[in-house]
Design a protein around this ligand. Structure first.
Ligand code: HEM
Length: 501
């Protein structure tokens, strides 16, 4: 047995480097590599893996590199396909508009290839017929104006539950993003299958439950994976990351397994929620599992970190907070409840959210795209199968475009036509082109409603008599751009009794 093990080890030790060398040489000499974008020197076999991009500071390192190598830069890690980084609005326009069709495949990391999920996901699918069909369905059955209006009562109810919890926490320290995350997954749960998945009072259960599992899944996605550098290692899953993500995916699926089973067995065919619609459209259980996970995965952290950043910026900039409070008091009225229909008359609120998404885009590189045909961009050759990321973080802070780009100034959006659709490539928090976030209108409604409710109903102070200008604003790429030190705050209710409008 020992001898056999030694033989296997010898084989692995000798054949693996040889295979890697051969695959490197094959790729190097089979493509002439003419006129590729500039980038740091690439070493044989490791490429640019020697660069220290900083585990949670990748966004800053890539900004530094693009200042040196330009708005279309090429990096290469291990033996993977080259990685193109676009860091200007001109480069973004080439990817998301001029060459949108051939730049719209996905480049999925190894950890998301969990069997059962990967075959049916929409987030990581190439632009297949299945992807088109699901996106069409999402557009009409989840995010159309009619559907968003019909979901208003769910948003109001779930945010109301968060406000009740915060009233009970008066004078105590709360970690805001945790509670907001809980509220958002309850809104999503309400919309898709009519259930809460987060209980504000049961912290231990929440950590073992949906919230904890989604966070663990995100953590797995943030671990650097050797298989992403050397795809030849993919099937071995040496770090067991794919196995770990499969385990969490299965545990998350168990959350709604009974709900799906009950629904299938029920004779009630009325279209009450998204699950009813999927069942009536003959989606299989595996497809439903993957699409629900897409919704919770893509919709939870992105929204909760937006609110955490917005509250942090407002606390740090008391003059902006006061301006927002004044707008809310004038439109909603002192002691009155925020309602969904108020949102249309709150331009400063919207400007605060837009400015937060400019400075702190939750997905600073959007999601990785893949080029399906060799093409010319910014006068460079971009080889087929290159991975391509758009550095929204750099574009949103470009001093050529934004005056005083590092300051939080919601006013810059007040008389501006910039919206979330990604047609103007200076501002792309939701991406652009055919892979633009399908939920941008829903996200905008949830974010505005939550921020208005938190600011209108509470005064917020920092623990340990910390001054607002002492608040740490460092960010961390996880791969969602979160606040490195989570925001802890103490709420104090502004009104004893809240009237309904
Ligand atoms: C502030 C909140 C949000 C932001 C900033 C955001 C941003 C983004 C971005 C940048 C992309 C990638 C675009 C690209 O690759 O070019 C994306 C894709 C996606 N988002 Fe969002 N998102 C948010 C909320 C949501 C919510 C609430 C949901 C679901 C309910 C959602 C579902 C998706 C899905 C399914 C995709 C993949 C679409 C595709 O690949 O075709 N997002 N989002």
């Amino acid at each position: 047995m020992d001898q056999r093990l030694a033989l296997v080890l010898q084989l692995v030790l000798f054949t693996l480097p040889l295979m890697l060398l051969l695959s490197y040489l094959f790729k190097r000499f089979s493509s002439p590599n003419k006129n590729l974008p500039p980038g740091p020197f690439r070493w044989p076999l490791i490429g640019n893996t020697n660069l220290n991009l900083g585990e949670t500071q990748t966004h800053l390192s890539l900004c530094d590199l693009s200042r040196k190598y330009g708005p279309m830069m090429m990096l290469k890690f291990g033996t993977t396909d080259p990685l193109m980084v676009a860091s200007s609005h001109e480069a973004a326009a080439e990817i998301l508009k001029t060459h949108d069709r051939i730049c719209s495949s996905r480049y999925p990391p190894n950890s998301v290839k969990a069997p059962g999920y990967f075959e049916h996901t929409m987030v990581w699918a190439d632009c297949s017929e299945y992807w088109k069909m699901v996106r069409r369905m999402w557009r009409t059955e989840l995010f159309s104006t009619k559907m968003l209006d019909s979901q208003a009562s769910i948003r109001e109810e779930k945010v109301g539950e968060l406000l009740m919890f915060l009233r009970r926490k008066e004078g105590q320290v709360v970690q805001l993003s945790d509670e907001v995350f809980g509220c958002i997954i309850n809104v999503l749960g309400g919309i898709i299958f009519d259930r809460n998945v987060y209980d504000y009072e049961r912290k231990v259960d929440n950590e073992k439950g949906m919230k904890g599992l989604l966070r663990q899944l995100m953590e797995v996605a943030s671990v650097p994976d050797l298989a992403d550098l050397y795809p030849i290692l993919g099937p071995f899953d040496l770090q067991r990351l794919r196995r770990l993500s499969s385990k969490y995916v299965k545990m998350i699926n168990e959350y709604w397994a009974d709900i799906v089973k009950e629904k299938r067995a029920s004779k009630d065919h009325s279209r009450n929620n998204f699950l009813d619609i999927l069942i009536q459209a003959d989606f299989t259980d595996a497809q439903i599992d993957a699409l629900f996970l897409d919704i919770f995965g893509a919709g939870s952290d992105t929204n909760s970190c937006t609110i955490e950043w917005a509250m942090s910026e407002l606390i740090k900039n008391p003059d902006k907070l006061l301006k927002l409070e004044d707008e809310l008091a004038n439109v909603i009225g002192h002691g009155r409840e925020v309602r969904d229909f108020h949102l249309e008359n709150l331009p400063y609120l919207h400007a605060c959210i837009k400015e937060t998404l400019r400075l702190h885009p939750p997905l600073p590189f959007l999601l990785p795209h893949k080029v399906s045909e060799t093409c010319q961009m910014m006068n460079y050759t971009i080889p087929k199968n290159s991975q391509i990321v758009v550095n929204a973080y750099a574009i949103h802070r470009d001093p050529r475009v934004w005056e005083d780009p590092l300051s939080f100034k919601p006013e810059r959006f007040l008389n501006s036509s910039l919206d979330y659709q990604g047609n103007d490539f200076h501002y792309i928090p939701f991406g652009g082109g055919r892979r633009v976030c399908p939920a941008l209108n829903m996200a905008s409604k949830i974010n505005r409603f939550l921020l208005a409710s938190l600011v209108h109903n509470f005064e917020w102070s920092l623990p340990n008599e910390m001054k607002s200008n002492e608040l740490d604003m460092q960010d961390a790429f996880t791969p969602v751009l979160v606040k490195a030190v989570p925001l802890s705050v103490m709420p104090r209710a502004k009104f004893r009794n809240v009237e309904c409008t």
